[in-house]
Write a protein that binds this ligand. Structure first.
Ligand SMILES: NC(=O)C1=CN([C@@H]2O[C@H](COP(=O)(O)OP(=O)(O)OC[C@H]3O[C@@H](n4cnc5c(N)ncnc54)[C@H](O)[C@@H]3O)[C@@H](O)[C@H]2O)C=CC1
Ligand SMILES: CC(=O)C(=O)O
Ligand SMILES: [Mg+2]
Length: 520
């Protein structure tokens, strides 16, 4: 009787024989030389006989000895077993698994025939390495589409430096294993015309995908990533505002992800705002009385406002009036409900024209500062120098007992003002923080104007670490709140009095551990 299982098995054993005797596959190869050695599908490495080496232009590209398939096989297994032997006392089992995964993967990249032969013959040993659980060993993915890199705008594929840098911070600050992180740049085109016109640009020279087409790519990527690494946490980074908010809404209840620019920045800014209240010598419940101007109504600015207004509502128990002391400006000035084409995300923070006295929609930052007399000026505009001399002098006149200037835009040249300008024009009494580092400012007579770095690096590694350690399925508002509160309480009163609102970057590992624990 014909037996399907036996038939399939016989085909399998025939193909195994085909592997072991290296019968050439029935295909026509147009490649020559190094191109053959770089193609794992056809490469035989040192297994090419001399006749083939001559015919395919491989002479000089390989060591002179011809090594049989069986010898190549034995050599690989020997090096694999020696790795096992050398690591037998090693306690970190994951590190060993990853080392094994790497040498198998290197073979896969080089010589597929040999790779599958050793895999088939040693499937019991190798399955846990090339498949689950080892392939599950990616903890943290930072994903960007390059559409808003720092304050530099659409950098297309050149944005890859950001996921790499953020993940370096995960290794340095959160102690993640550098072999278990994955930076990703999804190339969906670019709207940067300079890049599209540049023949040397490495990415897709086409306009960015939009709408459903864009979302379907992100969906597909997420699905693939979570199939392969179901426990990985995905940090969305430097997406332009519309996609930052849309993807956050779309995914935050589906898997463990967060948007660093919206949520990480918010927690850091909130910690700075609470620190300002303490620096004024006031109890924290004075926070709802602080008058705060946020400059920049993008993903970061709106993220900060959302969290700060929520904190006020929690303190006062009055959600309806919680945003009354916050004013929001964008590139067109003060945002009120009269603004045409107002982004829906900014609507909750748009002022009612009847409640802002002489101010009106579109008023400049200088007018707003002069008339509203804020305690805090917080910049997330991405535009260098927006806090000019007059604006800073108006802050000095604001009547606040200790005005705060947060020039949070990055990189340095995009900071709303420099530290020196802030202390010079807004007064020596201010508290100052910037997104990128500046040197402390010498104020004369031995006095120092302290420069804080208000950067989401104080939170995102701890948020990721806490989510990872706890095995959280989602990153909730409660986890983010706990992270911000821990950072806010990290500094002593003495430090805060000096104007030091954030710890030194030197203690980032300790802070990250504390924040991570709070998140757990
Ligand atoms: N320190 C930190 O941890 C972080 C800093 N950032 C920085 O914040 C900046 C903005 O980021 P996103 O909000 O994502 O950008 P975005 O492009 O979404 O928003 C920028 C906003 O600034 C406004 N704006 C532009 N020119 C202005 C002007 N002259 N006056 C007032 N407002 C103006 C725009 O209208 C827009 O509302 C970037 O430079 C980024 O590097 C972002 C996240 C974290
Ligand atoms: C710090 C950061 O995430 C940014 O500037 O976008
Ligand atoms: Mg960012």
């Amino acid at each position: 009787m014909w037996n399907l299982a036996r038939f399939v098995a016989s085909r399998l054993s025939r193909s195994s024989r085909c592997f072991s005797s290296m019968i050439p596959r029935p295909c026509i190869i147009h490649k020559r030389g190094a191109d053959i050695l770089h193609d794992p599908w056809i490469n035989k490495d040192t297994g090419f006989p001399l006749t083939e080496r001559n015919r395919l232009g491989l002479r000089g590209l390989l060591p002179p000895r011809v090594i049989s398939f069986e010898q190549q096989y034995a050599r690989f297994i020997e090096s694999y077993r020696s790795l096992e032997k050398n690591t037998q006392n090693e306690l970190d089992i994951s590190a060993i698994a990853l080392a094994k995964w790497r040498i198998l993967n290197r073979l896969h990249d080089r010589n597929e025939t040999l790779y599958f032969r050793v895999l088939i013959d040693n499937i019991k040993d190798f399955a846990p390495i090339i498949y689950t659980p080892t392939v599950g060993l990616v903890d943290m993915i930072v994903l960007t589409d390059g559409s808003r890199i720092l304050g530099l705008g659409d950098l297309g594929v050149h944005g890859i430096g950001i996921p790499i840098g953020k993940l370096d911070m995960y290794v340095a600050a959160a102690g993640l294993n550098p072999q278990r992180i994955l930076p990703v740049m999804l190339d969906v085109g670019t709207n940067n015309l300079k890049l599209i016109d540049d023949p040397l640009y490495l990415g897709l020279r086409q306009p960015r995908l939009e709408g459903e087409e864009y979302l379907s790519i992100i969906d597909e990527f997420i699905k693939a990533v979570l199939t392969r690494w179901p426990k990985a946490i995905i940090q969305f980074e430097d997406f332009q505002m519309k996609w930052a908010f849309e993807t956050l809404k779309r995914y935050r209840r589906r898997f463990c992800m967060f948007n660093d620019d919206v949520q990480g920045t918010a927690g850091v800014a909130l910690a700075g705002l609470l620190g300002t209240v303490r620096a004024q010598g006031r109890p924290l419940d004075h926070f709802p009385n602080q008058k705060i101007v946020v400059v920049g109504a993008g993903s970061a600015g709106l993220g900060v406002l959302t969290m700060a207004v929520r904190a006020v509502a929690k303190m006062t128990g009055k959600a309806e009036t919680a945003s009354q002391n916050f004013f929001l400006l964008d590139k067109d000035g003060l945002i009120t409900k009269e603004r045409k084409n107002l982004d829906p995300a900014a609507v909750p923070f748009a002022k009612d024209p009847g409640q802002i006295g002489e101010l009106k929609d579109g008023d400049s930052l200088l007018e707003v500062v002069k008339k509203f007399k804020p305690d805090v000026l917080l910049g997330l505009s991405g535009v260098g120098g927006v806090f000019g001399e007059e604006v800073l002098k108006a802050m000095r006149e604001s009547g606040s007992s200790r005005p705060a200037i947060f020039a949070m835009s990055n990189p340095t040249m995009n900071a709303e003002c420099t530290a020196t300008e802030a202390f010079k024009y807004a007064g020596e009494n201010i508290v100052f923080a910037s997104g990128s580092p500046f040197e402390d400012v010498k104020l004369g007579e031995g006095k120092v104007g302290y420069v804080n770095q208000a950067n989401n690096m104080y939170l995102f590694p701890g948020i990721g670490l806490g989510a990872l350690v706890s095995g959280a399925r989602f990153v909730t508002d409660g986890m983010l709140q706990a992270a911000a509160e821990r950072l806010a309480s990290y500094m002593t009163d003495q430090e805060i009095q000096k104007g030091i609102l954030f710890p030194s970057v030197n203690s980032i590992r300790d802070i990250t551990a504390e924040v991570g624990a709070a998140v757990v």
